[in-house]
Design a protein around this ligand. Structure first.
Ligand code: ATP
Ligand code: MG
Length: 799
């Protein structure tokens, strides 16, 4: 055996963006943006970054971000920085920094000398904080945490300016400097950006940018007791490093405005731009370091690298390969809508990758003794056994000893078999892999328990190695006298439910059979198996020699993945499940090749193209897509998606006919309608393109807010109908008409004369309450920004 994939092994020279794979690489909207930027000269190079917080190990979701950031840089001859985003001293640790580097390297990527820490920039970030204060764009706020929350308002209610908002520049600077000196306890003050407390985007309501934390930082020690917050540190780190394309996941969409605000407020040139892509989610997994930490801390797993974990370290120890993980990321693609990918796709790419690198060997997991009575006592025949099936096209073989007593898998014998049984049964025949055909002549049972303890068989000397005749089944086996006892760890999914994290108590979602340890009987060649080697136990699955616990001469085998998807079968027939999961034996196939083929086919059929991902296409636009793009002026990505689904295209064209705003309509079709379709066909939608056009028109006219527009779309998808009718029926019209809002404002001011008086006496807090009253009066439909403006105008004009 010669195939190894050790942790930290140098990456294959054939990286994921290798030119030879370019033609089969599906394009994505990020690539298109970069291409366009380079083509138009907007950028002359590509600098990306992967910015993990070192507060845990990386998981397979991060692999997607790694592949994308490093992949784009590599593809366009740019660089990708590794940035440890270490602005939270209490949760971060050097152990995690090291694990992150190990994992990124293992995946096959290299940051050259471009490794940075956000903490490298603390001094610069501090100077930027003073600069913001000097420009009147930041202030020191001394509200308690609770009051800060109250003042923030809600989505439907504007916030209230902090009473500290109007502190003078001198006062702010003095406080900041004293914060830095350590004069105040945690939480006493916080620096906030001075933006807009009424902004509909909550992220812009004077977000905190620097806070006090008297904590020891693993790199800067006790130098600092103030630390920048994520959004501030992130935007500035990107700028300092000269990042061009700052790629992050969709949940940061609302943070983009803030990101831009910082760069604008500080008048920084050559700005990076943020783009958001969908997170990778897989069934049966939780993509959150915090949740993973819980599993580790509560000892549901043996550590971050437990082979049941979907951390990069866990996957590596289980025997997944970097190629398989990268391949998964490539197949999933880069989309703009979140979706959950079936884990069967991961299993599939892993099998695909392991098959040509895993020599076929034999190991019996649940042994049943067979005595071949026609075999001479003491005689041993060394059978020549090729490691590879013919279709892999590799050379190499070993000798496998056959003697009078052998072990076979208990599951490969049935006393009263069904009709289509191809394995051993009383009086029946089966072929021993690489050996002879045997016939079962008698069954030995324990007298008291009735359990089968051994089988008696005879063999056909003329049938060696496929010679002579054909029988239906071939089974694996191991000579008793030569068997090596080895530890085999049979891993299965850690969670029993497809979408874990729903139940309050995580333990109720765990799979109690996620690890079964058995003593296997392996063929002699396996005694020498080395840590980090991949093998296929014929008919059972792909196994990996555990790199942590194996010792020389005592390998431990981790099951990476079974040949068949035993999972779907398990849920179908829960009873049989435990034994099957334990042996991993497939119940109906008797030959490995048959087994692995039918398996991969079904996995492929099941996995297919995951929902919500961009259709496969080359970087070039097809002529149809180009035509749609030219006609409507929409983005290449939109054109590609629309022409990839003719029903969707028809819906789009009809909507544009009703409301000639192709760019707006395209956004709705590509993002919102596709999200609602959940992979289904647009043909089956119960509303017309004209109705969709009407909806987009309502939103664009400001009649309907975008979030309410999405609600209306959801109802259209459920029940059809007309958007206007739904808006009327549910009274969703946003009131942006200042006349109507003014009426409500005046009414509220009239009814609350004492509040007005308090405001004018200097109590700004009252504003929030008044905004709330106006919103209430309009049933939450007033445009909150407008309410704020009008109220302020009225209140500030002399009473
Ligand atoms: P977690 O919730 O697991 O801690 P995170 O986003 O907080 O994840 P970070 O260390 O901040 O973890 O993530 C580093 C980068 O990886 C970020 O750019 C983030 O967007 C990206 N990332 C995290 N999870 C995923 C995922 N599931 N799919 C794709 N990218 C991800
Ligand atoms: Mg994070």
């Amino acid at each position: 055996m010669s195939t190894t994939s050790e942790p930290g092994a140098s990456p294959s020279p054939k990286g994921p963006a290798d030119a030879s794979t370019a033609s089969s690489t599906p394009s994505n909207f990020i690539r298109e943006i970069i291409e366009e930027d380079l083509r138009t000269g907007r950028r002359d190079r590509v600098v990306t970054r992967f910015p993990p917080e070192p507060n845990g190990y990386l998981h397979i979701g991060h692999a997607k971000a790694i592949c994308l950031n490093f992949g784009m840089a590599r593809e366009f001859g740019g660089v990708c920085h590794l940035r440890l985003d270490d602005t939270n001293p209490t949760t971060e640790d050097i152990e995690f920094v090291e694990a992150i580097q190990r994992d990124v390297r293992w995946l096959g990527f290299d940051w050259a000398e471009k490794k940075f820490h956000a903490s490298d920039y603390y001094e610069q970030i501090y100077e930027f904080t003073e600069a913001l204060i000097l420009r009147g764009k930041a202030y020191v706020c001394s509200l308690s945490e609770e009051d800060t929350r109250k003042y923030r308002g809600t989505i439907s209610e504007a916030g209230t300016p902090s009473p500290y908002r109007e502190r003078t520049v001198e006062e702010n600077l003095d406080l900041l400097r004293r914060m830095r000196k350590g004069e105040f306890p945690d939480g006493a003050h916080v620096v906030r950006a001075k933006i807009d407390m009424a902004n509909p985007n909550m992220k812009l309501r004077d977000p905190p940018i620097v806070r006090i934390r008297h904590a020891h930082h693993f790199r800067t020690g006790d130098t600092w007791c103030i630390y920048p917050l994520y959004d501030f540190a992130h935007a500035l780190s990107d700028w300092i490093e000269g990042i061009t394309h700052s790629l992050c996941t969709l949940e940061f969409e609302n943070n983009r405005e803030l990101y831009d605000w910082f760069l604008e407020a500080l008048e920084l040139g050559n700005r990076p731009k943020q783009y958001e892509f969908a997170r990778l989610n897989l069934t049966y997994m939780l993509m959150s370091k915090r949740k993973l930490l819980q599993l580790v801390e509560k000892k549901f797993v043996s550590g971050w690298d437990d082979p049941r974990m979907w951390t990069i370290a866990g996957l590596r120890r289980r025997g997944y390969t970097p190629e398989a993980v990268r391949n998964l990321c490539e197949r999933v693609g880069v989309a703009k809508t979140n979706s959950v990918v079936d884990v069967a796709l991961l299993d599939h790419v892993v099998r695909e990758d392991l098959s040509p690198r895993s020599p076929r060997v034999m190991c019996v997991l649940n042994p049943l003794k067979v005595v071949i009575e026609s075999w001479a006592e003491g005689e041993v025949e060394q059978l020549d056994a090729p490691y590879w099936p013919a279709d892999i096209g590799k050379e190499g073989s070993r000798k496998v000893p056959l003697s009078r007593e052998i072990y076979i898998e208990r599951d490969d014998f049935m006393e009263n078999p069904p009709k289509d049984w191809h394995r051993l049964a009383p009086g029946g025949e089966v072929r021993l892999r690489h050996g002879y055909v045997i016939r079962c002549t008698a069954v030995e049972k324990d007298e008291t328990t009735g359990e089968i303890v051994a089988l008696r068989c005879t063999h056909d000397p003329a049938s060696r190695g496929g010679g002579g005749r054909k029988v239906k089944g071939t089974i694996h086996w191991v000579s008793v006298a030569h068997a090596q006892e080895v530890e085999v760890r049979l891993y299965d999914r850690l969670f029993a439910v497809e979408q874990p994290g729903v139940a309050e108590d995580i333990t109720t979602e765990l799979n109690s059979n996620s690890l079964v340890v058995v003593r296997g009987r392996a063929e002699p060649s396996l005694a020498e198996a080395k840590a980090g080697e991949h093998v296929q136990f014929e008919r059972l699955g792909f196994f990996f020699v555990d790199p942590v616990d194996s010792r020389d001469g005592a390998p431990i085998f981790n099951r990476t993945v079974a040949l068949k998807d035993s999972w779907s079968k398990q849920s179908a027939s829960a009873g049989k499940a435990a034994t099957e999961a334990a042996t991993g034996a497939s119940s109906s196939t008797a030959t490995s090749e048959k087994g692995s083929k039918s398996e991969s086919k079904s996995a492929e059929a099941k996995a297919g193209t995951p929902k919500g991902t961009a259709p496969k296409a080359s970087a070039e636009l097809s002529p149809e897509a180009q035509a749609v793009r030219d006609k409507h002026g929409i983005t290449p990505e939109e054109a590609r998606i629309l022409t990839g689904d003719l029903d969707l295209l028809a819906l789009f064209e009809a909507a544009v006919a009703a409301h000639p705003s192709p760019k707006g309509v395209a956004k709705w079709v590509v993002n919102e309608v596709r999200r609602e379709l959940k992979g289904g066909s647009a043909k089956a939608l119960p509303f017309t393109g004209a109705a969709l056009g009407e909806l987009v028109a309502l939103v664009e006219a400001g009649t309907l807010s975008a979030p309410l527009g999405k609600e209306v779309l959801a109802e259209l998808v459920r029940e059809g109908g007309s958007p206007k009718a739904i808006v009327d029926k549910r009274g969703l019209t946003q009131i942006s008409d200042s006349g109507a809002v003014e009426t409500a404002v005046d009414a509220v001011l009239g009814e609350n004369a004492d509040a007005v008086a308090r405001y004018r006496a200097g109590n700004q807090n009252v504003l929030g309450a008044l905004v709330g009253l106006v919103m209430k009066r309009t049933g939450g439909k007033a445009n909150p920004k407008l309410v704020n403006e009008l109220l302020r105008k009225r209140l500030d004009s002399a009473g």
